[in-house]
Design a protein around this ligand. Structure first.
Ligand code: NI
Length: 167
């Protein structure tokens, strides 16, 4: 196992559109294991491969308090969505900043597991937020893209300030 480096905004590689996973081999399983280790260590509740500079359609999530609800979604595709919710989001690529984002309340996706086996998953509430946030990463999109220009520039200034403090 290994901790992976998480790309931080405004790294342009976060804008890369991920390609489908086509090979379900031991290297993929290792990547998934390393991503979980990296996400839990951060700590975070979701991580897209894009954020560790692997531009393949793969994301992981676990919103439980005790690492008991891990999800791996490979080549996820949105089947259905409904309702709306506003949730305060953060992102491991934007350490220390948070913002309210409006998203669908429920989403249903089709994806594959680490062995390539297809499955469907329907989630709602916070886990649906996480799913939509991570699926966005695979398209090169980040949560601050949803904010107004004013709100975004305020947050990015704050991010800058936090970086200078920790440097
Ligand atoms: Ni994120």
């Amino acid at each position: 196992m290994a901790l992976l480096t998480i790309l931080e905004f405004p790294d342009p590689r976060l804008r890369t559109k991920a390609q489908p996973v086509t090979v379900f081999d031991a290297a993929l399983k290792q990547l998934v294991a390393d991503m979980f280790e990296t996400m839990y260590a951060a700590p975070g509740v979701g991580l897209a491969a894009t954020q560790v500079n692997v531009h393949r359609q793969l994301l992981i999530m676990d919103m439980s308090e005790d690492k008991s609800d891990p999800h791996v979604l490979i080549n996820p595709r949105l089947l259905d969505q409904g309702g709306e919710q506003v949730f305060q989001e953060g992102c491991l690529s934007f350490p220390g900043i948070y913002a309210d984002v409006e998203r669908a309340l429920r989403v249903k996706v089709a994806a594959q597991d680490v062995d390539g086996k297809p499955f469907e998953l329907e989630v709602e509430g916070p886990l649906a937020v996480c799913m939509q946030h991570e699926m966005d990463h695979l398209q090169g999109k980040v949560f601050v893209d949803y904010l107004s220009p004013l709100k975004r520039s305020m947050l990015l200034k704050k991010l800058d300030k936090k970086r200078k403090q920790s440097a």
